[in-house]
Design a protein around this ligand. Sequence first.
Ligand code: NDP
Length: 312
Amino acid sequence: MDKVIHNCIIIGSGPSGYTAAIYAARAGMNPVLFTGQEPGGQLMITTDVENYPGYPDGVMGPQMMEDFRKQAERFGTDIRYELITKVDFSEHKHKIYTESGEELMAHAVIISTGASAKWLGLESEQRLMNKGVSACAVCDGFFFRGLEVAIVGAGDTAAEEAIYLSKICKKVHMLVRRDEMRASKIMQERVNNAPNIQIYWNSETDEVLGTEEVTGVRIRNTKTNELSEIAVSAFFVAIGHKPNTDIFKGWIKMDASGYIEAVPGRTHTNIEGVFAAGDAQDNRYRQAVTAAGTGCMAALDAERYLVEREII
Ligand code: NDP
């Protein structure tokens, strides 16, 4: 066991975690940041980010997270490439357990564990995972260049990924379960303007087809109940995200979907000294810039907490 009581442990390495680290490190809090199993978080599977201020020509998601990490490190953040699998918030010396079994203690904890992609829950989807089934067009689209692919979802993520795929694939079959899309107007326009994206309205995925690899998808029209098959080489799932908050259940107050309920306008949770930032506590905005903003807030709230207790 690491006997030191750290001032501040940050769990997660997306925009919120790294921003919290930059502020905490500059405030002399000597933060330790655990990256989790996807260092850099969701932006690592994004291409162009055009809406983050300060990058007038846009930036690739992985490059942006590399910049965030370097900035956090520059001020002395102790970055550890490990997953936290358990916490114990029963005392003011909050306990954190790593995957390798190490126990650490901290006065303040910042939760910035983000959210992960959701799946449809079909057996065929699981079976053909990484054999043509993917939740990341940017990571895996390249393998299917010049071929026909399907994507399920109708939000901004699905629209963005369909457009990305349309540039490298022969045709994109987009499966929308209702008769309208949730995506923003501008993204819908871009989808409509892509000549090789075909939208299937009122269409649910019945089964992903294939034995060794994806060969097609069977869809059901929800109005007529009619089944039909489309021959595709890949099936991309883009139906939203789930907050990565399971390890905090029983300690931290959350809503029914698992999003952390912070004090409105602040980052305080129901546990003293534990703060929440980023997508783990935000199912409304979910933007890199809002995540970074709440990361800053969490570090300032944690700093105030440590100062009030004369810990720093
Ligand atoms: P959303 O929750 O916004 O959308 C999920 C979509 O998946 C919905 O259209 C939903 O359908 C559909 N869906 C859910 N479950 C199923 C299912 N079982 N079968 C078929 N379809 C299903 O998630 P996103 O990831 O798209 O976006 C999350 C947030 O991030 C949003 O606020 C979005 O605006 C933002 N975002 C912004 C971007 C940008 O500004 N560049 C890029 C990407 C995301 P239904 O509509 O019927 O519920």
